[in-house]
Design a protein. Structure first.
Length: 69
């Protein structure tokens, strides 16, 4: 999109929603994008990104001993 198309879209949005509702729309869009980003990254609803550490296998439970190598 060029600058002319972006300005046209912004003008139409301004006419459609009005100047008073644009901050609320921007806030809602920002929250939605943050939620989408956290869902894609697998952080869950609470955010924070704290994940459980990987489990350690007990001795003798790896694939190399089962294959006989």
């Amino acid at each position: 999109m060029g600058i002319a198309e972006l300005l046209a879209v912004l003008f139409i949005v301004l006419l459609f929603f009005g100047a008073s509702r644009l901050p609320a729309l921007g806030e809602g869009l920002g929250k939605a994008l943050r939620g989408l980003r956290s869902a894609v990254n697998g952080e869950g609803v609470g955010g924070g990104g704290a994940k459980a550490p990987p489990r350690e296998l007990p001795p003798g439970d790896d694939d190399t001993e089962r294959d006989g190598r």
